[in-house]
Each structure stands twice: as C-alpha cells, then as structure tokens.
Design a protein around this ligand. Structure first.
Ligand SMILES: Cc1cc2nc3c(=O)[nH]c(=O)nc-3n(C[C@H](O)[C@H](O)[C@H](O)COP(=O)(O)OP(=O)(O)OC[C@H]3O[C@@H](n4cnc5c(N)ncnc54)[C@H](O)[C@@H]3O)c2cc1C
Length: 393
C-alpha cells in the first residue's frame, strides 16, 4: 500500500509531532510513521523543562493552552552546596525570561491531539521501518503493519526518530562526522507521588554525588541521583533511594524533602553526542536523532524544538516558493545552537558531578566555580541566560 505526501516523518516524539503540526499550519502535508503505540509515546516520562522560546513557539502554534493552564512557570533555580542553597533569579538576570515545567509526555499528548483533530496521519506501531532513496528526489519510508507492506512516498524525509532510530544510519559513514563523550556516571531518576517541598528546581553538589530535585505538578516530585554508569536498579530499593536523596539534598537550616510512593524509576546514561551531518540528500535529521546532551542543562527537548523551528521555515520555503537555500544551510544553522547547548550541558555536568578518579583537584575547581557562579552577577547571568535558552535562529 502506498501513500503520497510532501514530508515523510519518522518518529512521533516531540520533534516529529511538532514538525508535522507546524507544517500543517503552513499548508504543507506530512505523514508520521512511529514504531511504538500511541499509549506508549503518550506516557514516556522524560524531559520536563521548557525554555521561554519553546513555550512561546508552542503558544503561537495553538498547542499551548493546557501548558499555560497546568505548566509551572519558574523564575529561578537553586544551586545547593556546602549545606546551603543559593538562588539564581532568571528574570532579573535575563531581562524578564523564565522557564516552564511541563512534562514532555504532556507536550506529546497535546501535539497528537492537535494533529488528529486536524485530520493528520500518524501511523503508530509500524514495524521494520526503513528509509530508502534519500539520494533521489523521491525518497520512501517503508514499514510493515498488520501483516502488510506499506510505503510513504515523499519529497523529503525528516528523521525525527531519536538516538536509536534508523534515519541517522541511512547517512553513509563517510558523510558523517560524529563527536561523542560518555560520562563516568549515570542518573537514577524517580517519579514520586509527593508534593514538591520546594517551588523551584534544586541542583545539589554533594560529596556523595550530584542530586536534582524537580517536579512535574503540585502533586508529583521528580528526583535524580548520580550513580555509577553500570548501576543495577535492582540494588536500589525505594528506602535506599530516599535515604540517599535526604543526605544529598537536605540543608543545615532545616529544609526537608517530602517522601511519597515511587511511581516509576529508571537509570539514564549520560552522553554528549553530535552528528555533524544533519542532512544528506533528501533526508534531514532533527532532535535526538542528530544530537544528545547530558540532562543536567535541561536542553534535550528544547534543542529538538529549535531544530524543528529551523526545519519548518526551510521546508515551507522549499514547498511554497521553490527555494532550496534554507534547506541547504539547515544543519549549519542548527549546529551553532546545538554546540552552545552542548557546551552548557557539559559545563553544568562537569561542575556538579563527582568524578570517580578525582584526587581532590577537580573537587576544588568545582567548589571555586560554584562559589564564583553564585557570587558574581556576571557568572550567574551567564548560567541564567543559557538555562532559559538563547533565542531560536
Ligand atoms: C530516558 C531519558 C530521559 C530523559 N530525560 C531528560 C530530562 O530530564 N531533561 C531533558 O532535557 N531531556 C531529557 N531527555 C532527552 C529528551 O527527552 C529528548 O531530547 C527528546 O525526547 C528529543 O525528542 P525527539 O523527538 O527528537 O526524540 P524522541 O523523543 O526520542 O522521539 C523519537 C521517536 O521516534 C520513535 N522511533 C525510534 N525508532 C524508530 C523507528 N525505527 N521507526 C519509527 N519510529 C521510531 C520513538 O519511539 C520516538 O517516539 C531524556 C531522554 C531519555 C532517553
């Protein structure tokens, strides 16, 4: 069975769904092919911090109504070390900008609802998805569903299928330049049915390792602990997780962490990764398919939104005015912002985590950097400006 469209999109994560929605607003047709079920993608708990520009874009695109109602606007974060908290105030340091805490799975739900309401086509549970003919003007996405073979024939393929997807692999090795760092630690994350005991995110630097306090709603707390990269989640019963969180997060002046039933837990590796070819022939990569950041800077989903902003503009010019210039410069435009976010995420990660082979040298540098960041308006402003996010290209 063959479907014809203008843009064939692989992946119904934030990148693929947002691209399909924004293209629809511009009158460009697309079909999304996703290998998981709708229920699975709508309940996959991942990122939760939206930069100001991402919030503005979702609002302008008409998919921000629930985010505005249910999202939590945060005007700062706290850096916590030496038993004390130090607040970084975003609006006063960035000319009035802030972030919004709203779960990635909620963004995904809103975008799926908008696409389906507008008659958009999303194929869920597609098996053996592959992209073909990207060096020609008529590329294809092939997949199997319900026992039959399907093809989406299009003019452009958008690879929005995340880090483990198939699209990046379609770019020949000789055309890719990959940069990668893995870190000697991972994050153990939990979602707990507990009222947040603080209004803003807390990034805690502690002798026993990093911890992050965050939230998803007035009833749900999201918490992370630095652990070893090969840590087995089975070795972390809930009591051990809570004990470690209390130790790393609590302060000398009596701040205490609320506990509650653990709804979900998992371990995420920490990686920096950039594929410096985000386009090849008629294939364009966006979001995690092209780059990964360690989550310390809360940049993953925001980078995906920024790529899609650039790609939508380029595809609209291509389909509506026959202009290929913005497509030709797509990856150069995105990579400037990608590398800024890569640097910020690496910097935050390096400042806040304990390195296993450290003889004390790195620890002293970290304390010096933390003291400087909270003691100097210029240093605090640099963190704040990157955290709330630089303007989209
Ligand atoms: C476990 C985890 C925790 C994270 N936590 C944070 C965080 O706390 N903060 C933060 O900022 N960022 C976090 N991130 C990163 C953030 O979630 C991503 O940057 C964001 O999801 C990128 O969106 P995307 O649409 O590009 O990719 P994804 O969200 O990965 O979407 C890709 C989609 O493609 C689908 N797909 C994959 N392969 C195929 C295929 N072969 N065929 C068809 N479809 C396919 C997938 O099922 C998925 O729906 C986390 C990521 C992970 C993996």
């Amino acid at each position: 069975m063959r479907t014809r469209t203008q843009v064939g999109i692989v992946g119904a994560g934030p990148s693929g769904l947002l691209l399909s929605h924004l293209l629809h607003l511009q009158g460009v047709a697309s079909v999304i092919v996703e290998n998981r079920s709708r229920d699975y993608v709508e309940h996959r708990v991942r990122a939760g911090v939206l930069e100001q520009a991402a919030v503005d874009l979702l609002k302008e695109a008409g998919v921000g109504e629930r985010m505005v109602r249910e999202g939590l606007v945060h005007n700062g974060i706290e850096l916590r070390f030496g038993g004390r908290g130090h607040r970084i105030d975003f609006p006063s340091l960035t000319g009035g900008r802030a972030i919004t805490v709203y779960g990635q799975q909620e963004v995904v739900k809103d975008l799926i609802a908008a696409r389906l309401a507008a008659g958009g086509e999303i194929v869920f549970e597609a098996a053996d998805v592959g992209v073909h003919g990207i060096d020609t003007d008529t590329p294809l996405i092939r997949y199997r569903k319900d026992g039959s073979e399907h093809e989406v024939s299009c003019a452009i393929v958008a690879g929005c299928d995340g880090f483990h997807g198939v699209c990046r692999q379609a770019i020949p090795d000789h055309a890719q330049h990959v940069f990668e760092r893995t870190y000697p630690f991972a994050w153990l994350g939990i979602l707990a049915q507990a009222a947040p005991s603080h209004e803003e995110l807390i990034y805690a630097y502690h002798d026993r390792g990093f911890a992050l306090f965050s939230m998803r709603s007035p009833e749900i707390t999201r918490l992370y602990l630095q652990v070893a990269p090969d840590e087995d989640i089975a070795d972390w019963p809930d009591e051990r997780i809570w004990q470690e969180l209390h130790t790393r997060l609590e302060t000398d002046d009596g701040w205490r962490l609320n506990e509650g039933p653990v709804l979900e837990k998992g371990i995420t590796p920490m990686r920096s990764f950039v594929c410096e070819k985000m386009q090849h022939g008629r294939l364009f990569l966006a979001g995690d398919a092209a780059h990964i950041v360690p989550p310390t800077g809360a940049k993953g989903m925001n980078l995906a939104v920024a790529d899609i902003h650039v790609l939508t503009r380029a595809l609209t010019a291509f389909f509506k005015s026959g202009r290929g210039d913005l497509l030709a410069t797509y990856d150069a435009t995105c990579l400037k912002r990608v590398w800024r976010a890569e640097h910020f995420s690496w910097w935050m990660t390096s400042m806040l985590h304990r390195f296993p082979d450290d003889d004390g040298f790195q620890q002293r540098l970290q304390r010096s950097q933390l003291d400087y960041t909270v003691g100097s308006r210029a240093a605090a402003a640099s963190l704040a400006e990157n955290y709330v996010g630089l303007p989209f290209a």
